[in-house]
Design a protein around this ligand. Structure first.
Ligand code: SF4
Ligand code: SF4
Length: 204
């Protein structure tokens, strides 16, 4: 047995003090500010620019900003995004312009939340939220579909598909001239998804 032993700070203490010196660390820790977080009961807000789950945004009248261009998918270093574009028609319109994102998926088993896809998007259709709870039990549930990623509706919006605001062009939408759905706007039938015009809740 040595006569002295090293303490936490590198100093030495006589042998007879060792049993007490060990408790000194514990004693000091008792009066320090606690760092334990009571997650998930108490969730602390993230930093405002935290990179969390993505969101596909809408124009103020509810039409979708995504034009199905696939630039986000090409920019993704993890190959986590799958997009299929399609043409809008006057009878079934999802975005103000010619094309929309018919299929949109993000695979959160691959995504590293780097945000490069957001940078690549020319229409600001794709942004990231602060949501970080992305764990689940199956592979399928971590591949988020367009329906899961699409932003919710506000009071000024009508769900897609629906007609473009009368008299407005695609450019007007991006210039912020459309601030809400035109009076009388109703949801059209999503014929490409198997809906029929006579189904409840859709217009012909
Ligand atoms: S955040 Fe990065 S890894 Fe995730 S989908 Fe976008 S580009 Fe891909
Ligand atoms: S989210 Fe943006 S970049 Fe990706 S397909 Fe839609 S418009 Fe293009």
């Amino acid at each position: 047995m040595t006569e002295t032993e090293s303490t936490e700070r590198g100093a030495t203490v006589p042998d007879f003090q060792n049993p007490v010196a060990g408790f000194g660390v514990t004693f000091k820790a008792m009066f320090k500010k606690r760092l334990t977080e009571q997650y998930p009961e108490e969730k602390k807000p993230t930093a405002p620019r935290f990179h969390g789950r993505h969101q596909l945004n809408r124009h103020p009248d509810g039409l979708e900003k995504c034009i199905g261009c696939e630039l986000c998918a090409w920019a993704c270093p993890a190959d986590a995004i799958y997009v299929e574009g399609a043409d809008n028609t006057d009878e079934e319109r999802y975005s103000p312009g010619e094309r929309y994102g018919r299929v949109y998926q993000i695979n959160y088993l691959r995504c590293i939340l780097c945000g490069l896809c957001v940078e690549a998007c020319p229409t600001r259709a794709l942004t990231m939220t602060n949501e970080y709870e992305l764990a689940d039990r199956s592979r399928e549930s971590l591949i988020y579909t367009k329906e899961e990623l699409l932003a919710g509706l506000t009071e000024t919006m009508v769900d897609t598909p629906h007609a473009i605001f009368p008299g407005m062009t695609e450019k007007d939408y991006y210039n912020g001239l459309v601030t809400g759905a035109a009076p009388g706007t109703v949801r059209q039938a999503a014929v490409s998804q198997g809906e029929r015009p006579e189904d409840e809740g859709v217009s012909a």
